[in-house]
Design a protein. Structure first.
Length: 369
């Protein structure tokens, strides 16, 4: 069972900045010239709503560039003056919040390395008490939805109503394709639990490399994310941080133009009746699926009774290997992915075992009584 948290987010606040809202800018502010040039070139693409830059950089390993610090804040002010666009920076402690507010930053974000730490998030929340500035919370490094929600809740509690989440993937030892594996089910579940919360996707930190950015951005749009945050740099290969994943403002602009943005509501689409029909069909099949699974579990319980009477163990490895191999093969032949069918058949098998365990435990109970 999942608990529904009270959603006190101001509905639609982020959509005022555009839909999808587009955030771009360098990973790190390096020099005034670099920040201003990136911002003006982004502005010229016509495909950016908010400019980002990292001022204080939380780095995984020491001896990497740790950000220019406070001297970068007037550069962001200048970006605002020149482009007229709102600006956003990362804050990781109370002092950062104070400085960000002093220099008129429009939106704050909390980074993945901070969301994992409730002490740090609470310190930020305390510094924000009574200030209604928008705050975006990146997911924690590890795939822990409660920790992500906990960060958002700490901000809600001090009165922040313009809240949003950023999905930047999850770190995973041995991952080969992504820098941070997306694990889309987490942001999807977050949206289900907090329906008014806008969620932005950060393909740059998910991918860690340029060639995957377009695909992940399109996927985020197809999953109805509210926006994108993508890093861009005037000379990406020379960037002081995250060089491999940054792209020039012009490449960014082209990539955004290529995205297909689909409607999130069916509305009066001409083929609506066809969709209604297909959805009815799928509901019918899902009903059948539940009926079939229920019948399967009834039989599993009958087998459990038999095993109990004959003193046989629940799990018989040969039998399980046989079912698994047979159905994975059949599933693959029918075009299902091996990963899916293996997970499905394993889950079904686990449920059968748990049903049979209940039968065995009843025996134990019967003996005692
Ligand atoms: C960033 O946005 O530059 C950053 C440090 O990201 P994350 O917190 O997602 O690693
Ligand atoms: Mn970065």
């Amino acid at each position: 069972m999942t608990t529904q948290t009270q959603d006190v987010v101001q509905p639609g606040w982020l959509a005022l900045h555009g839909r999808p809202v587009l955030i771009s800018g360098p990973c790190s502010a390096e020099t005034e010239e670099q920040v201003l040039q990136t911002a003006t070139r982004l502005f010229r693409t016509g495909k950016v709503d908010i400019i980002r830059a990292g001022i204080w950089k939380p780095r995984t390993r020491p001896n990497s560039f740790e950000g220019v610090g406070t001297k970068g804040l007037p550069w962001m002010q200048k970006v605002k003056e020149v482009t007229g666009l709102p600006v956003t920076i990362e804050v990781a402690k109370g002092k950062h919040v104070e400085l960000a507010l002093e220099f008129g930053m429009d939106i704050l974000w909390i980074g993945a390395r901070t969301t994992v730490n409730p002490f740090a998030v609470q310190e930020i929340a305390d510094a924000l008490r009574g200030v209604d500035i928008p705050v975006l919370v990146k997911n924690p490094l590890n795939p822990d939805l409660s920790l992500w929600m906990g960060g958002l809740e700490r901000l809600e509690k001090v009165g922040i109503t313009k809240l949003g989440a950023i999905h930047r993937g999850f770190s995973n030892f041995g991952e080969k394709i992504y820098r941070n594996r997306p694990q889309w089910q987490l942001p999807i579940e977050l949206k289900r639990r907090m329906p008014e919360l806008p969620i932005i996707c950060d393909p740059s930190h998910i991918c860690g490399r340029r060639d995957l950015l377009a695909k992940v951005s399109q996927k985020a749009m197809d999953l109805n994310f509210d926006g994108l945050m993508i890093e861009s740099h005037i000379t990406p290969d020379e960037a002081w941080s995250d060089a491999k994943q940054q792209i020039t403002p012009e490449v960014y602009g082209e990539m955004i133009k290529e995205l297909v943005i689909r409607e999130d509501k069916i509305g009066d689409a001409p083929n609506k009746s066809k969709l209604d029909y297909l959805r009815k069909e799928i509901n019918f099949i899902d009903d059948e699926l539940i009926n079939i699974l229920t019948s399967r579990m009834k039989i599993a319980r009958d087998i459990g009774e038999f095993k109990k009477e004959n003193n046989i163990t629940i799990l018989q490895n040969d039998r399980w290997n046989e079912i698994r191999d047979k159905y994975v093969k059949r599933g693959v032949e029918h075009g299902l992915s091996e990963r899916f069918i293996l997970k499905f058949i394993t889950d079904v098998h686990e449920e059968s075992i748990s049903q049979q365990e209940q039968i065995m435990q009843n025996e134990h109970y019967n003996i005692k009584s």
